[in-house]
Design a protein around this ligand. Sequence first.
Ligand code: NAD
Length: 501
Amino acid sequence: MSYSDILERLGLSQAETTGGSLKVTSPVDGAEIAAVAEIKAADVPAVIASAKSAFNSWKAVPAPRRGELVRLLGEELRAAKEDLGRLVTLECGKIYEEGLGEVQEMIDICDFAVGLSRQLYGLTIASERPGHHMRESWHPMGVCGVISAFNFPVAVWSWNTALALVCGNSVIWKPSEKTPLTALACQKILEKALARFGDDAPEGLHHVLIGGRDVGDAMVSSEDVPIVSATGSTAMGRQVGPKVAARFGRSILELGGNNAMIVTPSADLDMAVRAILFSAVGTAGQRCTTLRRLIVHKDIYEQLMPRVIAAYASVKVGNPLEKGTLVGPLIDQASFDGMQSALAAAKASGGKVHGGERELAEQFPGGYYVRPAVVEMPVQNKVVETETFAPILYAMKYDSFDAAVEMQNAVPQGLSSCVFTTDVREAEQFLSDVGSDCGIANVNIGPSGAEIGGAFGGEKETGGGRESGSDAWKAYMRRQTNTVNYSRSLPLAQGITFDID
Ligand code: NAD
């Protein structure tokens, strides 16, 4: 099957995928698969004006009716699952199983958001004044800007968009410049849902901005975009966060991670080995929740590590479209170079490196395939503290559980974490106030691969934002406190008297 068949079935015409200034290459083999048109930063204000005007009518549509649009989007995603999953694989290189999994996640969040559209609950609050009633209500905010990274090119959009739409907002999406095709395909899928929905969805409810950072910046800097949800590197968050804050906008930052697993003496090592493998080499180490640090009790280190190293040596690296492949390519050469320099730095600081070499260079001269690397480190140093977005797992020993938790927390990032143990004291300590400092903390399950039902995000340099399930929807709405006086007098709060004769 050729690229163009998939693009065509997803509704993208030849004219939309050829002749543009942004060249799209597939990490599978480095081949150019499309060239799409880009928007200029100077044209972004007109897009924002269109989204703002759409918001003004969309906010008046009842929330359960807004949910109907997201229900239709979920139906269209079900119909497009295989094609979109394959396009995810072609454009960002994750194996087809994971491409399908990413689309399933989109379907799941749509289902969640449909239910949510009837549950945007506020509180009722007891008033201290007689004949008064207080409540808290939630209202649409305005235009929601979404910036997304290459490694989850479509799921992150859906986490934000499904919630933003039921919450009554319009959406402008600036996808990664490395994955514009999947973004354009999502726009087409949403258009199908909009066509079925009816006239109460206004023109301009959703826009895609294909372009570079300057285009993202035009959105980030606009006072007409009250929410900016930005997913990507911590370096990006350092630029975007302060800009949004300077204009008193709201940002939802989902940035880099440096996720750890503690393996204790009582752990089920068979389970631990499987979890290590999936969470450290899955998506070729290019997940924000990828396992990057393995903190192993010194008494079981010699038992566990040979198994991990052997599994790493045998894992199938190859074409992500082929059945049986577990590790696809890195996104590009810059990513490969970054991995090699991290490995060199780790080695120079006393690390023992297993794996990490380029593979399949003859078959795919333009693709960057690597054997995932395990690096045994004497200590957790600066190299380990840095997120290198590639399959490198640093392994270190610990001797007391408290020291292991301290090591887990002693990095600048705070996204995901886990412990493998069958000791309830260790498990509960890890999840307690004195345990993991991350946004996600798991027991006997790896740090990657979250379900949409929970709030997703992390602390410290990961940015503090929360997306997806639980009450993450509140970040897309404006909270209002209401007091209603149904009495015939006007008592003041705190018993203040303020009488006029
Ligand atoms: P990146 O930071 O290079 O780019 C992410 C997006 O930000 C792109 O769309 C890019 O164009 C945009 N961008 C960059 N600088 C900008 C600026 N100054 N103004 C406006 N937009 C700007 O990240 P990447 O290489 O695509 O993705 C990998 C990184 O993303 C890793 O650090 C990974 O951990 C992180 N990530 C985090 C999460 C999460 O939920 N926490 C999820 C996926 C990826």
